[in-house]
Design a protein around this ligand. Structure first.
Ligand code: NAD
Ligand code: GLY
Length: 362
C-alpha cells in the first residue's frame, strides 16, 4: 500500500492507495474515532458492485450503516438529490459524530461531501473513490458541491475528508471510456507540475490503458502527491491551487452548454487542455513541439481533442465561462503553460484570441 499525507494542520489526512483496501474500510474508520452510525452514499452502478461490500466492512467493525443510492449521472449532482439525501440521513437518525462514506466516482464524492459539509452544520466524511478520476483528483482536496443549471459546481464548500481510501481493484470494473476520462486529469498533473510524469505517461500510456496495476499504482500515488502538495500550500484557492484548473474553464463551459450530457468531465477537460495549450503557445510562448506532444498524448489516451462549435455555441460558451468561479472583476482568468511542467495562473486572454482557438478545428 502507498500512503500520501495531505498536510493541513489539524485537518490533515491520509490517502491510502493500493489493491484490496475496501474490506479494511471499517477498521480504518474505527482508527479515526468516528461515531457508530454512518451512511454510505453511492450510485446505481457502483452500489451493486461495492456499496454492499463497503457496508459489510463497516458492519463487521461495529458501525450501523444505511446505504443511500442515487442515480448514476452528473445530473445527480443537484440540490434536489442533496435534499433527498438529507431526508434519508434524518430518517436514519445520523448525529453530529455520525459520518458519511462516499463510495463512487467524482459525482458521488462531490455530492456526498457537500451533504456531509452541510448536514447538522457538518459531519465527518470518508472518500472511497472508485474511478481513476476520483482517485487522482476529486476525492482529494476538499472541494465538494453540486451544479446549477447555470453552471458546474456553483454551489459548494471546501470541506476536507477524514480519509481517502483508493482501492485500485475497483478500477477493474470501470468502463474503458471512464478510465480514459480519468487519464485526462492524470495528464494534467504532468503538464502543470511534473515534466517527468508527462514523459512517463508518454512511455506508459498503453500499459495504463490496459489497466496494468503496478503502473497505475505509481501514477495514482504521484498524482495524489502533487495534489496534496498544491492543496497543502493553498487550500482555498487564493492562488497556486488554481493551476489544478488547467483546461477547466473551457472544459466546464463545454459541459454546461451540452447540458452535462455529451461529454464526460474528463473528455471536456481534454478538449479544454488542448485549447489551453494552443492559447499558451500564442500568449506565453509554449513551444509548438510541446503543444504537439500534449495534443498527441490526449489522442493516445483515446480522448477527444477537437472543437467544432457553431457561432451560437461559442456565444453560449462565453456565457458559461463568465459564470465560472475563476472569473475575477468580470475577467475570465486562465491557467496557461510556459512549458510542460510549468504553468502560470491568473492569465488574461483577449477575447479575440479565445474566439480564434474555440473556432479552430484541431
Ligand atoms: P462519475 O462519478 O459520474 O463516475 C463515472 C461513471 O462510472 C458513473 O456512471 C459511475 O456509476 C461509474 N462507476 C464509478 N466507479 C465505477 C466502478 N469502479 N466500476 C464500474 N462503474 C463505475 O464520474 P467521475 O469521472 O468519477 O467524476 C466526475 C465528477 O467529478 C464531475 O462532476 C466533476 O465535476 C467532478 N470533479 C470534482 C473535482 C473536485 O476537486 N471536487 C475534481 C475533478 C472532477
Ligand atoms: N480539481 C481542482 C481542485 O481540486 O482544485
Amino acid at each position: 500500500m502507498r500512503l500520501v499525507r495531505v498536510p493541513l494542520g489539524n485537518r490533515s489526512y491520509d490517502i491510502k492507495i493500493g489493491p484490496g483496501l475496501l474490506p479494511g474500510l471499517g477498521k480504518a474508520c474505527v482508527r479515526l474515532g468516528l461515531g457508530n452510525r454512518c451512511a454510505i452514499i453511492s450510485d446505481s452502478n457502483v452500489a451493486p458492485l461495492y456499496g454492499h461490500r463497503a457496508r459489510q466492512a463497516l458492519q463487521t467493525a461495529g458501525f450501523a450503516s444505511v446505504l443511500i443510492t442515487v442515480p448514476a449521472s452528473e445530473k445527480a449532482k443537484s440540490l434536489k438529490t442533496v435534499q433527498a439525501c438529507y431526508d434519508q440521513l434524518a430518517a436514519h437518525r445520523l448525529e453530529r459524530k455520525s459520518f458519511i462514506v462516499a463510495v463512487g466516482g467524482g459525482v458521488i464524492g462531490d455530492l456526498a461531501g457537500f451533504v456531509a459539509a452541510t448536514y447538522l452544520r457538518g459531519i465527518p466524511f470518508v472518500q472511497a473513490p472508485t474511478t481513476l478520476l476520483a482517485q487522482v483528483d476529486s476525492s482529494v482536496g476538499g472541494k465538494v458541491g453540486v451544479n446549477l443549471k447555470a453552471g458546474k459546481n456553483l454551489v459548494g464548500a471546501f470541506y476536507q475528508p477524514k480519509l481517502v481510501l483508493c482501492d485500485l481493484d475497483t478500477l477493474n470494473t470501470l468502463p474503458k471510456r471512464e478510465l480514459r476520462a480519468g487519464l485526462a486529469e492524470v495528464i494534467k498533473y504532468g503538464i502543470i507540475y511534473d515534466a517527468n510524469l508527462f514523459a512517463q505517461l508518454e512511455r506508459d500510456m498503453s500499459k495504463l490503458l490496459r489497466g496494468n496495476s503496478q503502473t497505475l499504482a505509481g501514477v495514482v500515488a504521484r498524482c495524489c502527491q502533487i495534489k496534496a502538495e498544491v492543496v497543502g500550500q493553498d487550500e482555498k484557492e487564493s492562488g497556486l491551487r488554481s493551476i489544478l484548473n488547467f483546461g477547466h474553464t473551457i472544459g466546464h463551459a463545454l459541459e454546461a452548454i451540452s447540458r452535462y450530457g455529451k461529454y464526460l468531465h474528463g473528455e471536456a477537460i481534454s478538449i479544454g487542455q488542448v485549447a489551453a495549450a494552443k492559447l499558451s503557445n500564442q500568449l506565453l510562448g509554449l513551444p509548438a513541439t510541446e503543444v504537439a506532444r500534449i495534443h498527441q498524448l490526449f489522442r493516445r489516451a483515446g480522448l477527444p481533442t477537437e472543437l467544432t462549435l457553431s457561432a451560437s455555441q461559442i456565444g453560449d460558451a462565453f456565457g458559461a465561462m463568465k459564470l465560472d468561479k475563476k472569473v475575477k472583476d468580470g475577467e475570465i482568468k486562465f491557467v496557461l503553460a510556459r512549458r510542460i511542467g510549468a504553468v502560470q495562473f491568473g492569465c488574461q486572454v483577449p477575447e479575440i484570441v479565445l474566439r480564434t482557438v474555440l473556432q479552430a478545428r484541431s
